[in-house]
Design a protein around this ligand. Sequence first.
Ligand code: IPM
Ligand code: MG
Length: 359
Amino acid sequence: MTRIVLLSGDGIGPEVTREARRVLALAAEQHGMTLSFEEALIGGASIDAHGTPLQDDVVALCRDSAAVLLGAVGGPKWDDLSVELRPERGLLSIRKELGLFANLRPAQVFPALVEASSLRREVVEGIDLLVVRELTGGLYFGRPRGIDRNGKERVGVNSMVYADREIERIARIGFEAAMGRRRQLCHMHKANVLEVSQLWLEVVEEVAKDFPEVELDHQLVDSGAMFLVKEPRRFDVIVTTNMFGDIISDKAAMVTGSLGMLPSASLGAGGVGLYEPVHGSAPDIAGTDRANPLAAILSAAMLLEHSLAAPAAAAKIRAAVAAVLDAGHRSGDLVLPGEDRPVTGCAAMGDLVLAALEG
Ligand code: IPM
Ligand code: MG
């Protein structure tokens, strides 16, 4: 039996993961696979139970599974904790412990949702891009870090550190992804200011020699951010650092309409993959059945594709989601201001996707 670990986490995490699990189980079953699910704690939920955001036995459980489906972490309840003890640390630790250096964040526009974007239809229609974000290095993990006292002043320090092999392996993922798509790769950097970006530029150029069919360009991340809003369709695959990728991927998500629609996959060198919606824990609507489970459901589709070698099952989930949207169903985040339309709750949205899968 194939074991999936569910780390539903905090806020709306449990609600959206519940729907994603139901959809994942059915899609897998339709393709002749039986999954077993194990639930474990991460983030604030783990802090409340054990005093730390991620326990070692949870890491071991994940290592021993085929894949991990995660909800979201964090919330105001834990905001006063130091960086090392916050819920977010649980997420960063599981990524690091499992060696998940490659974060794939696809952003596509479902035709039914073109109007949900704050950009004009002609800018948005047909967006289909993939952000490949480095996930276990850079500013998030570099040392030195901390807050020190320097005489009378306090000084905060974080370091953007990348070894060439870390750049090489993520660049390779970017090129490989581009080969399976429109063969365009945009490397976003800040080499006019940062030495670490100059190294990225050099290493990405070296890797490019192995992928002569891919059209590579290097773009400063500030102007890249600008073009992402101006002409989002010009992008195919974007490869970048952990920090830039964090920012760029939220932006890419929002130009497609809603953060509530974007899935992600975090992969390492073989081994277990972790799948999570790009959106956060949305504590303001937690427990009210108002969350949009579609990003979690689409993350389950990525899980089928990347960890269970079941691309057909993944495609069926995506088609089911598109059918539900085409039929006019919308969660609250997808309803436009002033639009007169009934709002579909989280569990009901899950029911609709299940029905579409069965139909
Ligand atoms: C994300 C999130 C996380 C990150 C937070 C919750 C630690 O913003 O996955 O994009 O910064 O990586
Ligand atoms: Mg983020």
